[in-house]
Design a protein around this ligand. Structure first.
Ligand SMILES: Nc1ncnc2c1ncn2[C@@H]1O[C@H](COP(=O)(O)OP(=O)(O)OP(=O)(O)O)[C@@H](O)[C@H]1O
Length: 325
């Protein structure tokens, strides 16, 4: 069963097409990254899945239910980490979690949830109005986990988190996926998505421009990787050996270094084996994949320098459709 399925899902605001004919399929148990630059239409899509915004055209199912006509059947089974979570400043963190438990008629232990999202028992007793941004994000994550949802929808989950918090968030997403939860994870930060997602969909100007694994996207944009090998021997004598391997292109030999462009990931091991068979002694190997900034830029026609100035970066994955050109 698919956890999320959209068919021609479209949202317009006047002349602006925020989401344009979106056909997306997310499998049950998958961690799916939904990527795109600011204004791409990610939140609008999520809002339509949650029936917070009505589509202008098309339809969506969530956990097998129609997102608009059967929203009541969906909400108890979905945990949502919204973008810009509003707290009740005077209520403690624990009370927020208790409130979520009561609302969902769930039987979770609030303290276990609080511990799971990395808030201390003391913090849980403080008014949430005194929380830092990252603490608010942890609290919101805890509230999303209430009821052990089948689908976790997270809009920019790393927002406000420090590097330690980001790692904890990634561990939590993986643990949820192992439990069988489908995670739909929106972000414009490629690195975070790459760390946890099975596949990614990339949205640009409301259109889905790619669905694949990040590795698949790298291959599709033809970027390949660069592999640099340092040899004991002079590299020139081994250039032909390297160039003869399928999936290796553009071999440059200088002194004791061979620099090769790798278009097929399997060629990396083939290259090492072939050089070894040819009697070469490899001292060091360095592999540079296509940077995530380059990937994101290629997919969204963005400005690479702009992408690189993001504190972190974005990424994308997905299935059979690959990169749409
Ligand atoms: N209520 C609204 N009225 C008019 N335009 C809207 C409304 N909501 C969203 N939009 C527009 O729809 C487009 C998509 O916005 P959306 O918030 O979905 O993008 P996003 O990908 O989530 O961006 P971000 O990464 O910045 O959160 C934007 O151009 C936005 O200005």
């Amino acid at each position: 069963m698919t956890a999320i399925e959209t068919s021609g899902l479209t949202k317009t605001y006047g002349d602006l097409v925020a989401v344009d004919d979106l056909n997306l399929s997310v499998e049950k148990g998958e961690v799916f990254g939904f990527l795109g630059p600011n204004g791409a239409g990610k939140s609008t899509t999520i809002n339509m899945l949650l029936d917070l915004t009505r589509p202008s055209a098309g339809s969506a199912t969530v956990l097998g239910y129609d997102a608009q006509t059967e929203a009541d059947a969906i909400s108890p089974r979905v945990g949502v980490l919204p973008e810009g979570f509003d707290i009740y400043p005077r209520l403690s963190g624990r009370r927020h979690v208790e409130f979520a438990i009561e609302t969902k008629d769930a039987d979770n232990d609030p303290d276990a949830i609080i511990e799971r999202v990395g808030l201390s028992a003391d913090d849980a007793d403080r008014p949430a109005g005194d929380y830092s941004k990252g603490m608010c994000q942890r609290l919101a994550t805890g509230m999303a986990l209430v009821g052990d949802p089948d689908l976790l929808i997270m809009d920019e989950p790393s927002s406000g988190l420090d590097p330690h918090g980001i790692r904890e968030m990634q561990d939590l997403v993986r643990a949820e996926a192992e439990r069988g939860t489908t995670v739909f994870f929106s972000s414009h930060i490629l690195q975070h998505v790459e760390a946890v997602c099975d596949r990614v969909g990339v949205l640009n100007d409301g259109e889905l421009v790619a669905v694949d694994t990040i590795e698949g996207l790298r291959e599709d944009i033809g970027g390949g990787a660069t592999m640099e090998l340092t040899l004991v021997e002079a590299a020139a004598g081994l250039r032909e050996t390297a160039a003869s391997i399928a999936g290796i292109t553009d071999v440059v030999a200088s002194d004791h270094a061979l620099e090769c462009t790798v278009t097929d990931p399997a060629a990396k091991a083939d290259l090492v084996i072939a050089l070894d068979d040819a009697g070469a002694t490899i001292e060091d190997v360095r592999i540079d994949d296509v940077s995530l900034e380059t990937l994101f830029t290629a997919l969204t026609n963005g400005d690479e320098s702009e992408a690189a100035t993001e504190t972190e970066t974005a990424s994308a994955t997905a299935s059979e459709s690959g990169v749409a050109r």
